[in-house]
Design a protein around this ligand. Structure first.
Ligand SMILES: Nc1ncnc2c1ncn2[C@@H]1O[C@H](COP(=O)(O)OP(=O)(O)OP(=O)(O)O)[C@@H](O)[C@H]1O
Length: 367
């Protein structure tokens, strides 16, 4: 009996994407389905297009898809090609996307020193490890630390005298205010000067074909942060907090700042949630219990995960190899990867950006 396309589609409909809970046929993710005569029956080949990076899940996914299609009578060989295509999603009204950047994720915190930069670096690296094209912009003028965390130094090159090429390490394109000015000089910038410098850095960097640009925002919710969240085309924001009341209060201010300018919150990361003694393994809730989880629930936003207060996280970040690259199979790296997956899925679920599809309107003066 000849194998029909319909039979294959029906078989594929039984395979549910564990990340989205939907099957690939209803999601219109099956492409280039071909059925040909093989040596012992029909050979089937097709592509699956994911909207988020998931390299580590490809083997299990491929096995499930092949097993499902093999159950169709008459099928012999099955070959599957899994690809990811991240598209641009909608940003604030009236703000234009950046060339070479499909989605910008702002990583923000109300309070300083809560681990925003460490989270931003590990998030960028986790997305890159899953196969995405990723950039990291260090916009933290008060304490640019991405040069150290990502292990980059020197001056960015410019071939045309107008734009700069980002640095690259661990597979991520990096630009930091720390590469351009003496950090002590940046600290004293007043509002308008700081926002101008940050916007220039964002727009004059030759970002090369990025699925995601992670922006490590300056801590706080003042004028600089507000202006940036209005002008930078942001797909969504990730809020980092520690569980103590004061940090949570500031994190709430961060949430309302983004909501005010129409940037969706992708979720909350709770950092330094518990301390695990490196000698005896005793667990202590130094900054309180479940503060972040409660806040996420109260504000109706996703809780992306909790990182422990861990000496390894600090040592690895400070040595230019954040946990996701220093120890990719560790529990901590697993938590960061899980955060990254949820961020990518939340972005994939958002409305696409169609602005590029509309023709430009030009108004000419009739003489
Ligand atoms: N979970 C953690 N466990 C232990 N140390 C951590 C953890 N997260 C961050 N750190 C350390 O805490 C310090 C501050 O972290 P980080 O620079 O990421 O914070 P930040 O919120 O970006 O600060 P800033 O307000 O200066 O931008 C760093 O030395 C970092 O290595």
């Amino acid at each position: 009996m000849a194998v029909t396309e319909q039979a294959v589609q029906q078989a594929l409909q039984q395979v549910v994407d564990p990340n989205t809970g939907k099957d690939f046929v209803s999601g219109k993710q099956v492409r280039n389905l071909a059925i040909g005569a093989g040596a012992q029956g029909s050979d089937v080949s097709f592509d699956i297009e994911l909207a988020y990076p998931a390299k580590s899940q490809h083997p299990a996914l491929r096995a499930a898809l092949i097993a499902a299609v093999r159950r169709v009578e008459g099928v012999s060989n099955v070959s599957v090609n899994i690809q990811t295509k991240v598209v641009a999603h909608a940003v604030q009204r009236g703000v234009q996307l950046l060339p070479g950047v499909r989605n910008i994720v702002a990583v923000a915190s109300g309070k300083g020193g809560v681990g925003k930069s460490t989270t931003a670096a590990n998030l960028a690296l986790a997305l890159a490890a899953e196969g995405a094209r990723v950039g990291l912009l260090d916009a933290d003028i008060y304490g640019p630390s991405q040069t150290m965390m990502m292990g980059v130094s020197g001056r960015p090159e410019s071939t045309d005298g107008k734009t700069m090429n980002p640095m690259q390490n661990h597979g991520v394109q990096v630009m930091s205010i720390g590469l351009l000015v003496d950090p002590d000089q940046a600290m004293v910038w007043r509002g308008p000067m700081a926002t101008q410098a940050l916007e220039q850095m964002l727009r004059q960097t030759n970002w090369n074909d990025l699925d995601y640009l992670i922006v490590d925002m300056p801590p706080g919710t003042g004028d600089i942060q507000l202006t940036l969240s209005q002008r930078v085309p942001v797909t969504g924001a990730v809020i980092v907090t520690t569980p103590q009341d004061i940090a949570l209060l500031d994190a709430k201010k961060g949430v309302s700042m983004f909501e005010k300018v129409g940037v969706p919150i992708l979720g909350l990361v709770e950092n330094m949630a518990v301390h695990i003694c490196s000698n005896c393994g005793h667990i202590e809730h130094i900054f309180g219990v479940d503060g972040g989880k409660r806040m996420a629930a109260e504000q109706g936003m996703p809780y992306l995960g909790a990182l422990p207060l861990s000496m390894q996280i600090r040592i690895q970040a400070d040595s230019g190899k954040p946990s996701v690259v220093a120890d990719p199979d560790s529990e901590v790296a697993g938590i960061y990867k899980n955060v990254a997956r949820q961020v990518a899925l939340a972005i994939a679920a958002r409305n696409k950006d169609y602005s590029a599809k509309f023709p430009g309107i030009s108004i000419s003066k009739d003489t």
